[in-house]
Ligand binder design. Sequence first.
Ligand code: C2O
Ligand code: CU
Ligand code: CU
Length: 514
Amino acid sequence: MEKRRKIVKAGMFALVATHPLARAQMHHGAHRGAHGMMDHHGMGEHHSAEAYHQVTELMALDRMPTRQALLPLPQLQNTSTTAKRFQATLVAEPKRLTVADRKQTEFWLYNGQLPGPQITVNEGGTVEILFKNHLPEPSTVHWHGLPVPADQDGNPQDMVPAGGERLYTFTLPKGSAGTYWYHPHPHGRTSAQVAKGLAGTLIVRAADDPLAHLPEQHWMFSDVRLDTQGRIPENDMLDWMNGREGQFVLINGQYQPNISVSTQTRVRIWNNCAARYLRLALPGCLWQVVGTDGGLLEKAAEPQEELFLAPAERVEVLLIAIESSRPTLISRYYDREKMMVTEEAVDLTLAQVAVEAKGNLDLPEVLRPFAHLGQPVAQKRVEFSEMPMDHGDHSMSMADMHNMFFINGKTFDMSRIDLRSKVGEVEEWRVFNNSHMDHPFHIHGTQFVVVQREQNGTVTPEPFNAWRDTVNLRPYETVVFHVKQSMPGIRMLHCHILEHEDLGMMANLEVING
Ligand code: C2O
Ligand code: CU
Ligand code: CU
């Protein structure tokens, strides 16, 4: 299964070795097309650190225990006694855990749990979460993908200071059943806070869910980077450029667990990694997608051999197995055109999975009628881009990195409105990735329907209608989607590689009452 192929990536810059974490400098040396500037060997995970003099030595992979039975995600207890109301407290706090090599790691966690506790609520229910920020810096809680009022959505404009608290409240409308998550959104610090462990899952259930009778299993993917001392290191320059990937890919906080699942299990999968793409494959099994970010599809999709999840994407799937087996769950190498990096095309082992073949499921023909948005009455154009490469040969500082990733030619400004939409208006968005690397696009407050994708002059209509809040863009790809915002206020749109978001690949959409 292990496929090894050496890939030498054309670099855009040559790095000048200097202090790795503080004042790293880069030279615009080589132009695109120069080869093998950093041709270090065999270290898919170590390339970033090796770009510098002072290498952060990473903990060896065999230092973390594997093959423990997959644990269900911890649940956030509802303390409300009133029907249709979910009340609880989420505390973000530093917490020491021993996860590898008997070394203590200081994580930042919600309620001390890795991953954060799962919130399960019903459509029509009201959620009241008291958030207490026991971190040494400001934070927010963002409800990724949920249609919550803008002032309850943990925008970077609404920071909760260190030591502060606030109540988030929202009511989940009918039709919002789906697979969501929550995470911090303080501008410039989202990637650091998520890298330390702050993220949790959220499920909205529908009363008329046609798959409610199936047993469920949840796989939340995240990754963590540990150094030899068990510390979570700061980002280096390559992390800022390409997005950070920890060497340990975890499922529900566990490294390479043992999973038992049947072909009649509804599996919800989250890619909550900051920058890692997943191409999941399970030999002998096919994936049948029945739901995406925003819930069930109209009809179950054609079974597929590989499941692609960009950072922040979610799916609901059924496994189709030819016979009961014990395959290895892998993520195939994905070339997302990182800058300055030589990668080995190595498949990652994620888990051992015992699949019990239970025969065919009788799925209803229609899982959920598709609530078409109707004809768009307005258009939007969004372009992702990166700093032009025609600068001369000069060194580049961390400050310059903040002027490297653009939306419509600009880096994020908290107080600038970049786009305006009207409440209730259906819009057609054309999002163009005018850059040489993948970027996953995400918008707050709603779900959209991808209509088509365009690349190299080829237009590919989307094979099925699906509700999404995140969609990947290949280099120079355009994704066309239809979307409607149903509440006024400021919504963020951004690249969900968290380092790019922090560096300003984000914009403000103001939704106004029509
Ligand atoms: Cu999951 Cu604005 O992000
Ligand atoms: Cu979001
Ligand atoms: Cu990006």
